[in-house]
Design a protein around this ligand. Structure first.
Ligand SMILES: Nc1nc2c(ncn2[C@@H]2O[C@H](COP(=O)(O)OP(=O)(O)OP(=O)(O)O)[C@@H](O)[C@H]2O)c(=O)[nH]1
Ligand SMILES: [Mg+2]
Length: 438
């Protein structure tokens, strides 16, 4: 607005290099915008076409916000489909809204599960294939197999004929499926009981994995993807790898919503969520920055504050810090919600606004740190709207609170299991457990 074409051009050039630098640092499976869109924004910015760059970003944001995702969980009866769905929704089987689970045939109809606050992701719990209720030949048709983005086939104990038939039918439909071998905890426990002297966890896991891969290949699956999982210990074994594989295979615009849906079971997931949201905040700021030059700081208005409150509410849901999640966790840890909140920073985050000076100071030092660590836009002379920094500030706080809670939960689990201290690699950077394969 009111800028000369040469200043627009150099402003665009700065934005383009800033844009390139920012997205270069994210892992492939964390990127929420396609490489083509990134290139298109960059070339428009370089050419001083700020309006066109803004509209590419606008379209990308619209796709990210509206992307629906439909996941089918299928497999033989009793393999642990409903238990797995509860686990990835962050629910225990006895929680309200959880899928029913049990030792007898339980799920009799295709049932839909949505996150109450993230309705774009639907997980379908399908009845077991191959029972007296559903025969394989009619199962696929009745389950509306064409509707899903991808499938998770759950298998337990031995690889069965139904596993083979399901896998090859989905492969023929050219849809992605992931073969989950569940109840790994009981396989290991059984092996330990039956042969305590010869027990070697890695060997048993390899044996199970190789057997599944071999059988899937025999069923004409060209590149079988097998994941060993316990729904009772989701952070262990192959779940972290399953999660990153799913994210990698999804189209970029669907990654954001799926990532926010995942339970906060490892530091790696918390970091991925934070990175995904960082990109979204960046794109929103870039959209504003590409269309108009906005001064960074200044007075924080009531409207800004309202916007921040909305972001805080949303981030709390994503990172499991909303009131109902905190209540469940406090109950789990056998402490009051107030006591739990004593360790967290988010409850005091926006209330310091009354004390303008300290809020400004806090934010100022955050912005400095942000720019030195993240090579932020200030480094290239781009000053985004203050909301950009405020939102990042809120995001960082909530993500770090989520890690505090994760550590508390892990300590409690270890205390409960009678182990004196945490193993070295708990909460490690890559989120892999001691038993996860590469
Ligand atoms: N040890 C262990 N048990 C599991 C695991 N997953 C499921 N189970 C148990 O296996 C039994 C069956 O689980 P469900 O989730 O009801 O199985 P389902 O595949 O949904 O069964 P249907 O609805 O009948 O098709 C339950 O008793 C679960 O507690 C797991 O990872 N480890
Ligand atoms: Mg079930």
């Amino acid at each position: 607005m009111g800028q000369s074409s040469s200043s627009q051009h150099s402003h665009g050039g700065d934005l383009a290099s800033s844009f390139e630098r920012f997205f270069k640092d994210f892992k492939m499976e964390s990127k929420i915008i396609s490489q083509e869109a990134i290139m298109s924004v960059q070339s428009n910015l370089k050419a001083g076409n700020l309006q066109s760059a803004g509209s590419v970003i606008n379209n990308a944001l619209r796709d990210i916000n509206n992307a629906p995702l439909s996941i089918a969980v299928t497999g033989e009866s009793g393999t642990g489909k409903s238990t797995f769905i509860n686990a990835i929704r962050g629910l225990r089987d006895e929680d309200e809204g959880a899928a029913s689970t049990g030792p007898v045939e339980t799920t009799m109809e295709r049932t839909k599960y949505e996150h109450p606050k993230l309705p774009n992701v639907t997980i379908w719990d399908l009845p077991g294939i191959g029972t007296t209720t559903f025969k394989p030949h009619e199962y696929l048709e009745k389950m509306k197999f064409k509707e899903y983005d991808f499938f998770i086939i759950i298998s337990a104990t031995r690889f069965k004929i139904n596993d083979a038939q399901l896998s090859s039918a989905i492969e023929k439909m050219k849809k992605n499926f992931y073969f989950v071998r569940s109840k790994i905890d009981s396989d290991l426990q059984n092996a330990k009981r039956s042969q305590p002297n010869k027990f070697n966890e890695q060997e048993i896991l390899e044996q199970i994995r190789n057997d599944c891969v071999k059988k899937l290949k025999e069923s004409n699956v060209s590149d079988p993807q097998v994941f060993l999982i316990s729904s009772f210990e989701l952070a262990d074994y192959d779940f972290p790898r399953l999660e990153s594989t799913l994210l990698r295979d999804l189209p970029e615009h669907k990654r954001h919503i799926f990532m926010q849906h995942l339970p906060n079971i490892t530091e790696a997931i918390i970091d991925q969520k934070r990175d995904s949201l960082r990109q979204k905040v960046w794109l929103e700021a870039m959209k504003a920055g590409a269309l108009a030059f906005v001064p960074m700081m200044g007075y924080i208005s009531d409207k800004d504050m309202e916007m921040l409150k909305d972001s805080l509410t949303l981030y709390r849901v994503y990172f499991g810090l909303d009131n109902s999640s905190l209540k469940i966790m406090a109950k789990d840890l056998n402490i009051s919600v107030e006591k739990l909140k004593e360790n967290l920073k988010f409850p005091h985050l926006l209330s310091v606004q009354k004390d303008e000076k300290s809020f400004g100071e806090k934010l100022g030092s955050y912005v400095e740190k942000f720019c030195s660590v993240a090579g932020g836009p200030i480094a290239s002379g781009i000053y985004f709207n203050k909301i950009f920094y405020l939102q990042n500030f809120v995001l960082e706080t909530v993500a770090s609170d989520a890690k505090v809670l994760l550590k508390k939960q892990i300590s409690k689990d270890f205390e409960d299991s009678g182990q004196a201290c945490l193993p070295q690699d708990v909460g490690n950077e890559d989120g892999k457990s001691k038993t996860a394969s590469s």
